[in-house]
Design a protein. Structure first.
Length: 404
């Protein structure tokens, strides 16, 4: 799955370029930096690699989501529809701009069920935020049609899906804006970092300003910049950008390995009777960072997770019990444990949505295992792992099937 597995000479070279000049900041110091502008270079590279007009780097994927929402004009009292299965960062980002997260059920794509989205629309809905979990995509045609019909913004959380595509277009470049995370465990990494992608010039300009205290970056002297809006500091450093630059140039190499190992495992597991797989709206566009599959029952899924662990098959995620990715275990949210006081209406709505039952999502997530795909396996290692997994799954399904 992650780019950190192949950290090497290219990454060291790019970081060294920055260390040679000692200019660790992305802005200014023109005379001292010897023409080294890693953040700027990485933004250009993101545009060409993913076919998008603008890219803004930031300090994290969470900051990217927050900034994208700000730039799109999402704020106090606005409702943002998002899936019950996500990473907690997507939820945090909605709260951070004063908006209200509205969680809805997923389907067997492991992200937004378009019917659930439609049912959740109110006069206050401002945006739909699909989260392209585990390297694969939401049903974007359906979601785009809903957004168009109801005049809603589409913000793609593509933090886990760098390099995945939908009908030939890169995830994160299809909606009004999209975000990548470049944190340490993502498909490519900066150490810590993120990006907002957009084809809209004004949205981009606002992101550029918001991430640097509102500086308009129009003049030669940063100190004399004007500040059309209030901003924050979500800047990335040159050291982080340097790592990302090396990694994005290796993305195709990573994806080739990842997809090869993914298809070896998928081929073998497809022979296991009773096992079904996550529905992928555009299979050719799957980044292959995980293989997600469903056991017939929750009991079998739990037994399989236990057997994988007992028999040394690592990297299998049972999100249903995970307290970062699935609403069911977000106890801090359900208890209303926030540090800064929310305004009353936001608090009321958040608690309401957090305590809602998600029976449809539960029925899917309780049977789901996502198996992460390593870049380090050669073909025979991938095959050996696949055979071991298939044996365990076959046994678990047989042992838990009551024969009449
Ligand atoms: C990782 C991740 C984020 C947040 O990214 P950070 O860079 O860790 O802040 C947001 N959404 C999803 C789906 C993620 O997986």
């Amino acid at each position: 799955m992650p780019g950190y597995e192949l950290f090497g000479a290219q990454e060291r070279k790019e970081v060294n370029d920055v260390l040679e000049t000692g200019i660790l900041m992305r802005y200014g110091f023109d005379g001292m930096r010897n023409g080294v502008w890693k953040a700027k270079e990485l933004e250009k590279e993101l545009c060409s690699a993913f076919g998008v007009a603008h890219a803004q780097l930031l300090s994290s994927g969470t900051a990217a989501l927050t900034t994208a929402m700000v730039a799109l004009g999402i704020g106090a009292g606005d409702e943002v529809i998002m899936p019950s299965f996500t990473f907690v960062a997507s939820f945090e980002a909605v709260l951070s701009v004063g908006a209200i997260p509205v969680l809805v059920d997923i389907d067997d794509t492991l992200t937004l069920d378009p019917r659930a989205v439609e049912a959740a629309i109110t006069p206050r809905t401002k945006a739909v935020m699909p989260v392209h979990m585990c390297g694969s995509m939401a049903q974007l045609d359906e979601l785009m049609a809903i957004c168009k019909a109801h005049k809603l913004l589409l913000l793609e959380d593509a933090c886990q899906a760098i390099g995945a595509t939908y009908n030939g277009r890169s995830l994160g470049t299809i909606g009004d804006a999209g975000t990548f995370s470049l944190d340490f465990v993502k498909i490519i990494t900066c150490g810590e970092g993120g990006a907002v992608l957009t084809n809209n010039e004004e949205t981009y300009r606002k992101c550029d300003q918001y991430t640097d205290h509102g500086h308009d970056h129009m003049g030669k002297d940063r100190g004399a910049d004007l500040h059309p809006y209030i901003g924050y500091n979500f800047r990335i450093s040159e050291l982080h950008a340097a790592v990302g630059l090396a990694q994005v140039r290796r993305l195709q190499e990573f994806l080739t390995l990842q997809k090869r190992n993914h298809s070896i495992i998928a081929d073998v597991l497809s022979g296991v009777e009773g096992l079904t797989f996550r529905r992928i709206p555009d299979p050719a566009g799957d980044a292959g960072s995980f293989l997600s599959f469903f056991l017939p029952t929750e009991e079998m899924a739990r037994a399989a997770v236990a057997a994988f662990a007992a028999e040394g098959v690592g990297g299998n995620f049972y999100w249903y019990d995970n307290n970062w990715h699935y609403i069911r275990k977000w106890q801090h949210l359900q208890n209303g444990s926030w540090m800064n006081r929310l305004y009353d209406e936001q608090k009321k709505q958040v608690l309401h949505y957090s305590n809602q039952a998600f029976a449809i999502s539960d029925a899917i997530m309780s049977r789901c295992i996502s198996s992460s795909i390593s870049l380090l396996w050669d073909e025979s290692q991938a095959r050996a792992r696949a055979v071991k997994m298939a044996d365990i799954l076959t046994r678990v399904i047989a042992e838990n099937t009551v024969t009449a």
